[in-house]
Design a protein around this ligand. Structure first.
Ligand code: GZL
Length: 361
């Protein structure tokens, strides 16, 4: 193994270890502020599970870091969706908390309100304000190319969190940090199989069309049903855009058009909680008449799971602050950065929900 390979190995170990045992201060109780971002100490932190970038040569983008320290840097964070979803609240809070902890010179935060064109203009505005580094939570897999190009022209490195993009790494971004969404879909299928004794008429509430997380959570779930559960049938699948009110409205419609529905898989907790309300309004008992599984790990969903109104939740941990800034620090000090840094997520079950409520967000 050459020196570059050794450097990469050391860097990867650093990312894994530091993310796994980030100082508790980042999410210490009470620092959550804003109603989100709180939750537990170290056990709430993200844990890096795997890093991929192919061979050593592919793993290292040949992009020279700006000659600046985090403490002298202006960092821009481009958030994608409104902060009504606890995932978004916790994600932004984690970035704010860690920027403060790392004594970053200045943090600018924008919110694209679920509009890809606004996210492009948000990023351009931050570039015009002279940001040195960008952290971006992409709204959709396509559409941010103009912003990436503008950043590259100004030699501003981009770090992706939370959702992937189709644009190539290196010329557009240094690395992607996030969950394995396909596996989350598979895990949701296993949880729903457990709750329905592997026999169900399933409705799916899908996330935002065109987002990598939607595609992967859908494919993971459907592929797992096809591979393992022949008596579980998807009878309806419709987007509700990750929004609770839309989840409720779509669920109302699906209940009317599919009276034999026995199970729901929601791509996120917000839509699942909307479905819970719709099922109640229809005079049925959520968690019993109709089993419900979703993804995120918000306090609302984990509480519903503890109450028996839901049947399983796969975590998608939004607390990217420690990992994002640790990775940026490594980049600024010339260490090789893997092109994909994948975090692991826990599984909430009816048996462990109550005891894990403090980790939910
Ligand atoms: C996952 C993130 C998803 C959440 C949803 O990383 O992109 O978007 O699971 C959110 O709650 O809308």
């Amino acid at each position: 193994m050459g020196i570059r390979g050794l450097l990469l190995a050391v860097a990867l170990l650093g990312v894994a270890l530091l993310a796994a045992c980030s100082p508790p201060g980042t999410n210490t109780e009470g620092e959550g502020g804003g109603g989100g971002g709180g939750g537990g100490g170290k056990e709430a932190q993200q844990v890096v599970e795997e890093t991929t970038g192919g061979s050593m040569e592919q793993a290292v983008c040949d992009v020279p870091p700006p000659n600046i320290s985090l403490q002298d840097a202006v960092v821009g964070f481009s958030q994608s969706e409104e902060e009504t979803n606890p995932f978004r609240i916790a994600e932004t809070q984690s970035i704010r908390d860690e920027a403060k902890k790392q004594d970053v010179k200045k943090l600018i935060v924008t919110n694209a309100a679920s509009q890809i064109n606004k996210q492009n203009s948000d990023i351009r505005d931050m570039l015009a304000q002279g940001v040195d580094i960008l952290i971006v939570a992409p709204y959709t897999a396509d559409g941010l190319e103009p912003a990436f190009q503008a950043a590259a022209e100004q030699n501003v490195p981009v770090f992706l969190i939370d959702r992937e993009v189709t644009a190539e790494p290196c010329e557009n971004y240094i690395t992607f940090m996030g969950s394995n969404f396909y596996r989350q879909g598979q895990q949701a299928a296993d949880l729903l199989a457990e709750a329905t004794n592997e026999e169900a008429q399933v409705a799916i509430l899908e996330g935002t069309p065109g987002a990598s997380v939607t595609t992967d959570r859908q494919n993971g779930f459907v592929d797992q049903l096809d591979a393992e559960y022949p008596n579980m049938e998807v009878v309806a699948s419709q987007t509700a855009n990750f929004v609770r009110t839309e989840g409720q409205t779509v669920m109302e419609q699906l209940l009317q058009s599919n009276p034999d529905l026995t199970a729901v898989y929601a791509h996120n907790d917000e839509m699942a909680l909307g479905a819970v309300q719709a099922i109640k309004d229809a005079g049925k008992t959520p968690g019993k008449d109709i089993k419900i599984v979703s993804i995120d790990g918000t306090k609302g969903a984990v509480q519903a799971l503890a109450n028996g109104e839901m049947n399983g939740v796969v975590e998608s941990n939004p607390r990217f602050g420690p990992l994002a800034f640790q990775t940026i620090e490594q980049f600024l000090t010339g260490q090789p950065i893997p092109q994909n840094i994948i975090i692991s997520d826990r599984i909430y079950t009816p048996q462990n929900a109550e005891e894990n409520l403090d980790v939910a967000y």
